[in-house]
Design a protein around this ligand. Sequence first.
Ligand code: S3P
Length: 444
Amino acid sequence: MTDQHPRPAHFAAPGPLSGTVRVPGDKSISHRSLMLSALAVGESKVDGLLEGEDVLATAAAMRAMGADIARGTDGRWTIHGVGVGSLLQPEAALDMGNSGTSTRLLMGLVASHPITATFIGDASLSKRPMGRVIEPLGSMGAEFTASPGGRLPLMVRGLAPAVPIEYRLPVASAQVKSAILLAGLNTPGITRVIEPVPTRDHSERMLRGFGAELTVEQDGGTRIISVRGEAELKPQHIVVPGDPSSAGFPVVAALLVPGSSVTVENVGLNPTRAGLFEILKAMGADLRFDNERIVGGEPVADIVVRHSTLKGIEVPAEIAPSMIDEFPILFVVAALAEGRTVTRGLEELRVKESDRLATMAEGLRAIGARVEEREDGLVIDGTGGEPLAGGATIAARLDHRIAMSFAVAGLVSRDPVTIDDMAPVATSFPGFTDMLVGLGAESA
Ligand code: S3P
């Protein structure tokens, strides 16, 4: 997982894209479904799990800590959990591959169990900051030995019983929030996270679904989330909706390629995740939600989208957490829109799988877009629907969403846009290339 050969590729659209597709299961929900099932006593079932490398890293780690996890031939996963407080000491280092979510959430779980675990990862993950979870989990009593800068490889020595804390998030991060709530599950008393800016709330929804005592109070824009520890989780049947972050790629491809008409079925539209679609509509996208329904406690719909003439926009900083993973593909939209798009408040993008502001600015410029990189965002002057020049090789820097964004940019460029390595796409979107080809794109 941490050692793969680069797989270069380029993509083109010889004509309009059309058809109906599904995208793989939601990555955030998939991770959490495995973790909570592994902590419930008894057998849980998960349908629609994302079988991408990131989620498989979580599955392997939960197995290494005692859970019994198997995939049926029908694609349903069954998990026999060990119970909160009963995770076992893993015998070998936990290989997190490219996955920040696996790493940070599992650090939370280990922190309040009487076990020690070492976390390792690929070159991208080994550059990402873990101090943001080390700090609160350390104040709950866990001990850490980290590489310089609070990075992987690192070792966590959990403490049981841990000490409950009340923690105000200094950065808008669902991973940090979730790490603390998961640590709180095996901590006596109430663990509380104060969230000044709301982030994705899948952990809260699913913890409640598994029977944890969890409350959310709203104080203006601030959310106060409290979980009672020494919880007993009851096994569940989880149905994972399609990932809105993955759906962003076919949706944008259809918007940009002239004459296209595409439906993406079964997309999760939790309001803490759906910011991209709101911004696209505000830019003039012909985009509609059909068949709106609730699946497994999460809002879901089919997205019907047609090629549209799009206008540049000022993206309000407040919307960023609800589309934090979608800025790479939004920057591609901005490069083709009419007029200027301004984004701000995006410092967090610098510590994702790559520095997404720098990587996107560099790549978009290389294919002819007009981009100004600022400390906290990009300013992009679009072509007004004219194709980009293309004719460059993009360094995706082990970042799946950069690779997929430039695959889509290649569909609307005159000369080929080569992505140096599509291999990381397998972390979140197995079948991405087949999906685009099925809609009428070409890939070589
Ligand atoms: C995630 C939270 C976000 C997001 C990541 C998944 C999660 O990260 O970028 O892809 O599942 O909690 P941050 O918590 O760092 O914002």
